[in-house]
Design a protein. Structure first.
Length: 288
């Protein structure tokens, strides 16, 4: 418990590059990820990929073994942990100081991960899915990334669950409720990071409204925010290609960095850091 208990977002944010955001590299341990699912999970390959992201400059890793793309079905927590266990141990054996968040809705998975040395739980349900999750995070003193979502992944983009109007107000209200739940459960404020949930039950226009107001969210809540736009469907254009989604992801990363956001969750770490570095250089005096 001690490792997670010593974590605070303030400490991690103090180590970021100048005024730029932290960069979390995404490691999918799922056979059905929308981005890079291959139909199987090879722990050794996933470990090698994770170490590559760290070498490219990722400040932390976000590892998930249950796809949360729209329409994805729930994975049993026993199977979820089976996919994660060797990946986690491989990374932490090679790089013991790595900061890792686990993307899970299950308290059972979260507890096993925290016992293995993980410091952060990324719950895309915002503590709604598993009633035991909030107590697990509080008990271990772990960091938490808590997301606004309108429904579980199987349903969230169906018309009856997808926000079409008043997106900003609805998400802000929902996040306030999530914060209250977390604090009531004994999760310290310094452990909290929020996520507006881009693509989690919002229309394309609603997603862009949230992104346009990124600075407002960070200043109004006085908490750090995680922004996950990498390769998501709001970047889709016809014909849809991964190269075009990556280009769109980099453009949004730069625009979000201009709003001084706290953290970007990305697939393409090297390209994102290069784009952010170049954009930041444009803001500096020519002779600096």
């Amino acid at each position: 418990m001690a490792e997670a208990a010593g974590f605070s977002w303030r400490g991690l944010l103090s180590a970021r590059r100048g005024s730029g955001p932290l960069v979390a590299g995404i490691v999918n341990a799922t056979p059905d990820s929308f981005s890079d699912g291959k139909g199987f999970v090879d722990p050794a390959e996933r470990v090698a990929f994770a170490l590559q992201l760290l070498d490219e400059g990722a400040d932390l890793l976000d590892i998930g073994a249950e796809s949360t793309r729209p329409g994805a079905m729930e994975v049993d927590p026993v199977e979820e942990w089976r996919r994660l266990e060797k990946v986690l141990s491989g990374i932490l054996n090679a790089r013991p100081d790595t900061v890792i968040s686990i993307d899970t809705r299950h308290a059972l998975t979260a507890e096993k991960a925290l016992q293995a040395g993980v410091k952060i739980i990324n719950d895309v349900s915002g503590l709604e899915f598993d009633p035991a999750m909030k107590d697990c995070i509080a008990r271990y003193g772990a960091g938490a990334i808590l997301t606004h979502s309108t429904a579980i992944p199987e349903l969230m983009q169906q018309n009856s669950y997808c926000l079409e109007q008043h997106t900003l107000e609805t998400v802000a209200c929902g996040l306030n409720a999530i914060v209250a739940t977390a604090l009531d459960a004994g999760i310290a404020e310094k452990k909290l990071m929020l996520d507006v949930g881009i693509g989690f039950g919002k229309s394309r226009a609603g997603n862009y409204e949230l992104l346009h107001n990124a600075a407002w969210f960070e200043s109004s809540f006085k908490l750090p925010f995680c922004w996950g736009v990498s390769r998501k469907s709001l970047l889709k254009s016809e014909p849809d290609t991964m190269a075009k989604r990556i280009a769109g992801s980099l453009a949004l990363a730069i625009k979000l960095a201009e709003q001084r956001v706290s953290l970007l969750r990305v697939h393409d770490v090297a390209a994102t850091i290069a784009a952010l570095t170049a954009a930041q250089a444009m803001e500096e005096p020519a002779n600096a």
